[in-house]
Write a protein that binds this ligand. Sequence first.
Ligand code: NAD
Length: 500
Amino acid sequence: MLIDGELCDAASGETFATHNPATGEKIADVPKADRGDAQRAIAAARTAFDEGPWPHMTGPERAEKLRAIAQLIADNASDLSEIESRDGGGTIRKASLADIPGAQSAFEWFAQMAETRPDRLELEGSPFPASENYQRYEPLGVCTGIIPWNFPFIMASWKIAPALAAGNTSVLKPASFTSLSALRLAQLIAEADLLPPGVLNVISGPGGTVGEELAANPLVDKTAFTGSTEVGRRIMQLASGTVKPVTLELGGKSANIVLDDADLDQAAAAVLWGTFMHGGQVCESGTRALVQRSIYDEFVNLLVERAAAISLGDPLDMLTDLGPLVDRSQVETVERYVALGREEVGDPLVGGAKPDDLAAGLDPNAFYRPTIFADVDNKARIAQEEIFGPVLCVIPFDTDDDAVAIANDSIYGLAGGVQSGDLDRAQAVAARMRTGTVWINDYHMLDPKRPFGGYKQSGIGRELGTEGYDIYRQVKHIYVNPETKGRDNHFHYAVLSGNI
Ligand code: NAD
């Protein structure tokens, strides 16, 4: 772990094991922090903020450090990709093409934000009484980040980079299934001596103790959480004790709408990629495919044929499409939902089982085949609840109005897709979807330059983009009376009239 500039174990010396889900083999013993360790990390971040140079450095000075971290990630990309793949079960293809370069580009983007977003905005003054006015943008203070297991390295960068870029100090807690890549990043940064002590702290440990401390502790000024909606509600409760701002990036059940004028090959690719990437363990996965009735049968046949061809296997092989889920327990969750789907809808058209043809040495109980249920009623639980596995619900619709109504009939509002040959029609549908992102004729196209976040119970606030930087800053208005003597300030009720 990294606390106050020092690489350390938990004070108790306790550890927990982390495993490679593909094979079941133990990879490492990870420090198991407790509340005391979390309090030490928060205290270090507090001191680094209150007394340290970091919040007082200029944006370009901080940007230089962030770019150095981005370079460190690039220099260690192959090592980090392997750690990410082995610890979380995602494929090495995903780790080396998306996760590691994605984190690098997040540091680069927020470096650019620190260089270019102004710290001061001049406001209109007034002649009578004479005044000068401006806004200052200031860091919030100590920002904690709590992240899930599905994209551990990218999620770490989305919490650390904007917080540090804006002049805050940070304490990050990765998920227990996948602590290794964030801990390795902390180690690389500490060994390169890139940051003043306490500016970045990374601690591993259980959500119920360490995570709760990071959300509730009164020395913390902001908590950014990515994870399930259920835990997100708890984070809000904990943060309310000291009225902390929270950013919440929560669950989803996104709709991918296929209109009858879509190119069916392209749309099928977008639906399969949109659902099964990383085994469906993606918050914004398009796990409900809404398909217009006139193309429904043909399109469902295409999906089934192509889903059956997705390859499962060793995640360290560049040719593998899908590795294991993060843990056997996640496979059990998927099995429970597939059993429920059989009751609610009938047998899936493809999948619905663990694979029986894996290479020797791979754990079949950690894998699950891409599964498609057709003719699903949007009210069914498998269409309403986040499964977080490779399960697609296909739902027919008649008109564009129906598609929008079904898409919006969800407690979630994270993302969605529209597949269509008519860009005007697609954009009219996209505008009516109550979600934070819509991809037209594509899916999953995230980029640090573009804001990301949820409507409804998918979250509060935005990460990435300029919004994802500004959310880490306070706004202060300064009013200056240039007359230093003689003005009678009492009772000038013009104050609220808009005329000063
Ligand atoms: P989770 O909510 O179980 O855990 C997320 C993190 O919270 C972990 O670090 C965990 O240790 C911690 N935690 C657990 N209980 C806590 C508590 N009481 N107080 C404080 N922290 C606590 O989620 P998960 O299973 O790791 O990840 C899957 C979920 O994450 C899915 O719901 C998925 O949609 C969501 N997710 C959302 C986004 C997004 O950007 N919207 C991105 C990725 C994942």
